[in-house]
Design a protein around this ligand. Structure first.
Ligand code: TEU
Ligand code: CA
Length: 567
């Protein structure tokens, strides 16, 4: 199937130093100093007027990203796909979906980004393919087909699935195929059959494919739901299967370790202990882990994300503290509030009304002051907000399936819609707001999903180069990270642990001490942290006249955030 192209791979099988020596555990790696920007291509910039973002659109906006100062772009999937789950259902790993452009557009993007010192990080979806992937088309054609065992099949009788397992997007995790008289396993939509990682041929094909992309000069990979590849459906195991780390180590050895790449493992089921494995400094798995413990706190325990609960603020501090201290010196974390699966942080834990700018900047300060590699999700740097659309205007398969299921189960429409407004993935997927013109400068014609109606107020054109804007604030935060090594290597210490309103912490590395202090809420608050900080230098603050030279002022205004340095 893909062997032919694989054979053309330029990759030289050079002799390999063992990972331990090559990876220099103690030295700082480039990706530890980096800030990564995530692009959701279909919503970023349309270049040909079909209402869908594309690669040429991204190329056009590289100067904007260079100005922001980021070092890498995590590109959500652009490979060939029927788009059942917006590209997370891949039908050809070695081609670009025509909707986004061509392979040569991709090569151009890599090259143009490189000129600006920006690396392109591709999204690898290795747990499943599309049902239109030639492997699956073959696999379901007969039990004796050589590709049959590329997927996970179980015998059974129509109507009685092998077990009760459910898919993440609703419904049974098993789908009956009459032609072969078997069920296949899918953790996501029915059109995303799970690959069988226990089959060595599957693993080898995947490694070949990754090396092929490495030869094209990509700077790294984000690994979609990587903790789910080693599933054991007969035991109900999805995450963290017994073979998981064996497979990941093989994957890393066969591919990433042959280059100076950044690799990011998405792992919903990670704990700090597991994260040490994923991101072990000897480089035997990934560079870093991308986990969600802090961002899943505002839901009812043991229920789904749609079952809303207020954010337990003290718990948020506790969780972030555990990750900061737990990985110090022995692992590496991603720092993020937003991505393409999450609602907009300013609407979620800030205030997208009166204090939109202040709270957006506060959340940014809090995040960028911590240890790890910060991620900025497109539009976050503008303070873009959630939306409230009518259900017909939503596009996300997860949202629509949930709506159907819950309405079918007799839930009240207002309640279902409240969940959609709060948590729908489409909150993050509305078109990027470039300017106040029609369709927000995203496209010349009707976009695939409606533009947030606030685009005339919130857009890049009104923020870039404008002092005091959310964009310029992010730009300064990115720059600070380059100027102050303590932001990279400083040990984290949580302060005011029991304070119900203030989030404050220290970073220390022997040379410098840095203090971050944030009022997480909309009421002013007195902060008992004066003292040695009186003479500290204010590095950044989200209020004008935050006492640049005046030292520590005791009252924090609504959502006020400041970062101080004592050298
Ligand atoms: O997400 C993993 C995942 O578990 C999510 O589907 C999550 O359950 C959901 O988004 C919570 O709202 C990754 C991708 O980031 C996501 O976009 C894909 O849909 C999914 O994998 C399947 O590839
Ligand atoms: Ca387009």
């Amino acid at each position: 199937m893909e062997q032919e192209r694989n054979n053309q791979s330029q990759h030289q099988p050079q002799e390999q130093a063992p990972a331990q020596e090559k990876m220099q555990p103690s030295a700082t790696r480039w990706w530890q100093n980096a800030v990564i920007y995530q692009i959701y291509p279909r919503s970023f910039q349309d270049s040909n007027g079909d209402g869908i973002g594309d690669l040429q659109g991204i190329i056009r906006r590289l100067d904007y990203l260079e100005r922001l100062g980021i070092d890498g772009i995590w590109l959500s999937p652009v490979c060939k796909s029927p788009q059942d789950d917006n590209g997370y259902d891949i039908s050809d790993y070695q081609d670009i979906d025509p909707m986004f452009g061509s392979l040569s557009d991709m090569e151009q993007l890599i090259e143009e980004a490189k000129k600006r010192n920006i690396r392109i990080i591709m999204d690898l979806v290795l747990n499943h393919t599309s049902d239109e992937h030639p492997w699956f088309v073959e696999a379901k054609s007969g039990r004796d087909n050589p590709y049959h065992d590329y997927y996970v099949w179980r015998d059974g009788v129509e109507g009685i699935p092998p077990n009760e397992m459910r898919a993440c997007f609703g419904g049974s995790a098993w789908q009956w195929v009459p032609e072969v008289g078997q069920y296949y396993f899918h953790q996501f939509s029915v059109r995303q059959p799970d690959l069988n990682w226990d089959n060595p041929k599957v693993r080898q094909e995947i490694y070949e494919m990754i090396r092929w992309w490495m030869d094209k000069g990509v700077g790294g990979f984000r690994l979609d739901v990587i903790d789910q590849i080693a599933k054991v459906p007969d035991k109900g195991i999805t995450n963290n299967g017994p073979m998981l780390h064996t497979y990941i180590q093989e994957l890393s050895r066969e591919t990433f370790q042959k280059g100076d790449l950044v690799t990011v493992g998405e792992a919903w089921g990670a704990t700090p202990e597991l994260a040490k494995l994923y991101s072990s400094p000897d480089g035997r798995e990934f560079s870093m882990v991308f986990q969600f413990e802090h961002i899943n706190l505002d839901q009812q325990e043991g229920k789904e994300k749609w079952d809303l609960a207020p954010l337990p603020f003290l718990k948020l501090k506790e969780v972030l503290n555990q990750w900061q201290t737990g990985l110090y010196g022995c692992g590496w974390n991603s720092l993020f509030w937003d991505n393409h699966d999450l609602p907009r942080i300013v609407s979620r834990w800030g205030d997208d009304g009166k204090y939109r700018e202040e709270s957006a900047k506060m959340l940014a300060t809090l995040l960028h002051g911590m240890q790890g590699t910060p991620y900025i999700y497109q539009g976050e740097e503008l303070g873009m907000t959630n939306v409230k659309y009518s259900i017909e205007e939503y596009r996300d398969i997860e949202t629509l399936n949930m709506y159907r299921e819950r309405m079918g189960a007799g839930c009240k429409k207002e309640e279902v819609m409240a969940s959609v407004y709060a948590k729908s993935r489409d909150n993050a997927r509305t078109p990027m707001q470039w300017d106040g013109g029609e369709y927000a400068g995203f496209s010349g014609s009707t976009p695939w999903i409606r533009v947030n109606p606030n685009y005339q107020k919130i857009n890049a054109a009104s923020q870039v180069g404008v002092e005091g804007s959310v964009f310029e604030y992010y730009r300064r935060l990115v720059k600070l990270r380059k100027e102050h090594p303590v932001l990279i290597d400083g040990r984290f210490q949580l302060l005011l642990e029991r304070d119900g309103q203030i989030f404050a912490y220290l970073r220390e590395n022997g040379q410098s001490r840095l203090l971050v202090v944030c009022n997480f809420f909309g009421e002013p608050v007195k902060c008992g942290l004066a003292g040695e900080w009186d003479k500290a230098k204010l590095l950044i603050g989200n209020y004008e006249g935050a006492g640049e030279e005046a030292g520590f002022s005791e009252v924090l205004r609504p959502y006020e955030a400041r970062m101080y340095l004592v050298s």
